[in-house]
Ligand binder design. Structure first.
Ligand code: PMV
Length: 345
């Protein structure tokens, strides 16, 4: 008899300081470059799984809506479940319900947290793991979980580790690894996301990774990145926001320049976001405030600053007339896993 247990994974999103942009090889999700990110705390995906003993297929809901195999996010989720089932030789179908604590698919890395949480929750269900440590007792190393998460969405591999994280591409698709540079206690940084659109982006990251290669800016970017990566690591080591900030901005704008100059240009940044950036650059100077931006594949702006400056930064943003919504988070410790009976909820 299968237990009626529910397995719940909470996996935080992460914000990339050095972006994963372009794949060297599609099949094993081998990135064109190393990336560095900060794992967040409260911006997360929560995924619950349980066995569906007699069902012909998995049943997946995202933020309360049923997903089919051919819907946008459904396609990614079902195909990752199929991949995991094949890899781990698990035939049992699952009921999966996932929700995000933030808007989905608009540049807040919902695929990182979502595919990370799906990986942990589904494998926990198939192998009856109640805690993260349990995976090891079932002969599933944490590095293997990270590899699995990466296959769901590249950036998800960084979300399974807390603090400041580097995804190292290595010299072969099988030699990739994810390392924690520092844990969440090393440096209290905040990420305030200023929302300019909560709509799902029109061009997904899979397509953008492919298009990046067609930009004339891509090869020079790859040649220069090792130097920038070292600068970011040094800035994190020294906890120097004044060193880190300008590099973050250059890196984000470069990523967007690459995709805007691809042979099929993609514009993730919209007019409202550009106007805000121009305003921010002016106002932070007047206020002598060390607040810097980065931007993922969407129009929403991530403001990175030391947590001690939170009230000043939020006050500054509130003075901008057309802001509709912000989400403030800080560096976090990584995923959580638990098992419970439905009645105990
Ligand atoms: O993991 P993907 O395929 O959704 O790619 C993520 C790409 C960026 O979020 C834009 C950058 C990054 O490193 O997270």
């Amino acid at each position: 008899m299968r237990s009626a247990a529910i397995y719940e994974a909470i996996v935080p999103s992460n914000i990339a300081f050095i972006k994963y942009w372009g794949k060297k090889q599609q099949e094993l999700q081998w990135p064109a470059n190393d990336s560095i990110s900060m794992t967040l705390d409260s911006l997360h995906s929560k995924t619950r799984c349980r066995f569906l003993p007699t069902a012909p297929d998995h049943a997946v809901t995202l933020n309360g809506s049923y997903l089919t195999r051919d819907s946008g996010p459904g396609a990614k989720i079902y195909s990752h479940l199929d991949f995991l089932a094949r890899e781990l030789n698990c035939q049992d179908k699952l009921e999966v319900s996932s929700s995000n604590s933030f808007p989905t698919g608009c540049g807040i890395a919902s695929s990182a947290s979502g595919l990370g949480a799906l990986t942990l929750a589904s494998i926990a269900t198939w192998f009856d793991c109640s805690t993260i440590d349990d995976f090891r007792t079932k002969d599933i190393s944490y590095d293997r979980l990270i590899d699995y998460a990466r296959m769901g969405s590249g950036s998800a591999c960084r979300s399974l580790t807390g603090g400041f994280v580097q995804w190292i591409k290595g010299d072969h698709p099988d030699h990739q690894k994810v390392v924690q540079l520092y844990d969440q206690e090393h440096w209290r940084l905040n990420d305030t996301v200023v929302l300019f659109s909560q709509k799902e982006k029109a061009v997904g990251s899979t397509e953008a990774h492919r298009l990046a290669w067609s930009s004339p800016l891509f090869a020079p970017r790859l040649a220069y990145l090792p130097e920038r990566i070292q600068q970011v690591k040094d800035a994190i080591a020294k906890q120097s926001i004044k060193t880190l900030g300008p590099i973050l901005e250059q890196e984000a704008l470069e990523m967007h320049s690459v995709i805007m100059s691809a042979n099929q240009p993609v514009f993730y940044i919209n007019q409202a976001a550009s106007e805000f950036l121009a305003w921010l650059i002016q106002r932070r100077k007047e206020e002598n405030l060390s607040v810097y931006f980065t931007i993922d594949a969407g129009p929403n702006i991530h403001l990175i600053y030391e947590s001690a400056q939170q009230s000043r930064v939020l006050e500054l943003i509130e003075s901008y007339e057309t802001i509709t919504d912000t989400l403030t988070d800080t560096v976090g410790s990584g995923p959580q896993l638990r098992k419970f009976k439905e009645s105990s909820e």
